[in-house]
Design a protein around this ligand. Sequence first.
Ligand SMILES: *[C@@H]1O[C@H](CO)[C@@H](O)[C@H](O)[C@H]1NC(C)=O
Ligand SMILES: *[C@@H]1O[C@H](CO)[C@@H](O)[C@H](O)[C@H]1NC(C)=O
Ligand SMILES: *[C@@H]1O[C@H](CO)[C@@H](O)[C@H](O)[C@H]1NC(C)=O
Ligand SMILES: *[C@@H]1O[C@H](CO)[C@@H](O)[C@H](O)[C@H]1NC(C)=O
Ligand SMILES: *[C@@H]1O[C@H](CO)[C@@H](O)[C@H](O)[C@H]1NC(C)=O
Ligand SMILES: *[C@@H]1O[C@H](CO)[C@@H](O)[C@H](O)[C@H]1NC(C)=O
Length: 473
Amino acid sequence: MHTNQVYSELVTVNNGPHKWWHRRWVKIIGIFIILLIVFAVILALVLNFVVFAPKKSETNTTVTALSSPITTTISTPPSLSTTSSPPPTIISTPPSLSTTTPVVAPTTNVLETTTPVVAPTTNVLETTTPVVAPTTTLPQTTATTTTQQLEWSVTGNMNNARNWHTSSVLPNGKVLVTGGEIGEWNGNVSNSAELFDLSTGIWTTTGNMTNAREWHTASVLLNGKILVTGGYGNGYLNSAELYDLSTGTWTTTGNMTNARQWHTASVLSNGKLYDPSSSTWTTTSNMNNERVGHTASVLLNEKVLVIAGSIEGRTYNSAKLYDPSTDTWTTVNNITSPRERHSASVLSNGKVLATGGWNDNIGTLNNAELYDPSTGTWTTTGNMSNTRDLHTASVLSNGKILVTGGLGDGSLNNAELYDPSTGTWTTTSDMIDGRYIHTASVLSNGKVLVTGGRNDTVSYLNSAELYSLFETS
Ligand SMILES: *[C@@H]1O[C@H](CO)[C@@H](O)[C@H](O)[C@H]1NC(C)=O
Ligand SMILES: *[C@@H]1O[C@H](CO)[C@@H](O)[C@H](O)[C@H]1NC(C)=O
Ligand SMILES: *[C@@H]1O[C@H](CO)[C@@H](O)[C@H](O)[C@H]1NC(C)=O
Ligand SMILES: *[C@@H]1O[C@H](CO)[C@@H](O)[C@H](O)[C@H]1NC(C)=O
Ligand SMILES: *[C@@H]1O[C@H](CO)[C@@H](O)[C@H](O)[C@H]1NC(C)=O
Ligand SMILES: *[C@@H]1O[C@H](CO)[C@@H](O)[C@H](O)[C@H]1NC(C)=O
């Protein structure tokens, strides 16, 4: 059979008496060729990795060169900074680009499906934010980044550069910014106010306040009006005024009994102290300590916790609790680390997180502590990676706390996230501008709007940035 014939032929060849490869010179040449091949391989490796190895800068430029076409065509993607080397040139792209390109709308949906947005977004803002732009780059970057992708994006500039202003989220979703110092260094105290529209990312001026003021407070009342109180204008102010968003106008309302600046205002559930129906203030019992640079937080049990602050330059450690139902102040345990110009946030578990601030003996602080209303005790928690004061802290929709900027080693552009479940901080992407005495507001779509503030290198800022939280796992 055919197969048997082939087999027998092979056998005969194999059993042949003079196999050609048994000759000595064939063996020598074979070994020589093998050595030659080994040498060639070694030479190739050496040339590839040592002699012609690309320098670090060369690889970086290729990366940015590759990504720049994407940048220019699809507005500003700050998220590109997640690709290892932060390219500052991309970051400085004019914010006007982002607000004028509605092209991003279709890509929005693509991103939404690939990366579930944690915040209960209404999608309205998505059209104005360039965050969504780098949809094309996301699939490549997700491999190298961790489970979360956190982004800052520029949005429209305010009409005025300002600091020591206020920022309030109105019932209609717009953001009202009032007063503060405007202009350049040592600018003028302003009576101006402006509104941010989430759907367009554009700021428009609205009615002027009667009084120019900074270091004032703004509170959204239960009736939807905005109450602005005190501050510094032409001297310390006891005046208060109300903003009506349906007319865009201000009306003065009853004076406070005391002129105050750098104070706090808290909206109580019983609507008291300032009574909107009669436009009058009632004096409450005294706190017993004068203070500035403190914080006041309305706890879940509706009491108000006042934390630390300072008097005549001495940093306090004292904490006070106001009970609206009895109109009484009680002294509670001292905070462990005396601080002023810190932040205080009420967590979803009811505890209060105090972060950073200034201490007249130590300087700026990076530590943080928790007040537990059920035990009345303070416990230290994880340190931030940066010392900072005059920063902001916002409770995000996922329960984490976003701390932004502040004054540390100069004006800071970095931001950190606190996870209440682990008590630890992680750094998140940097803001575009370093800033302190700015504001941060959590919008109805879950994003955080950061406005204005002061920057060591460029004086006051009119810029605003949006922080979005994406979870990609
Ligand atoms: C402050 O206002 C005064 C006049 O009211 C004006 O001359 C001055 O230029 C303003 N300063 C700044 C920094 O805007
Ligand atoms: C607000 O006041 C400024 C001057 O401080 C003035 O130029 C502007 O027209 C005023 N705006 C309105 C809406 O009245
Ligand atoms: C409020 O106080 C100011 C002085 O600080 C005074 O000029 C004004 O008349 C007062 N307004 C009312 C309604 O009492
Ligand atoms: C808080 O600390 C001060 C000293 O800084 C002390 O006099 C006071 O008794 C302390 N208060 C409490 C409630 O521990
Ligand atoms: C926080 O930092 C301080 C020094 O600034 C250090 O003493 C403390 O142990 C740190 N706390 C934690 C929880 O790491
Ligand atoms: C703001 O300040 C930081 C450092 O203080 C600086 O790196 C940054 O360039 C400044 N921002 C602008 C827009 O100049």
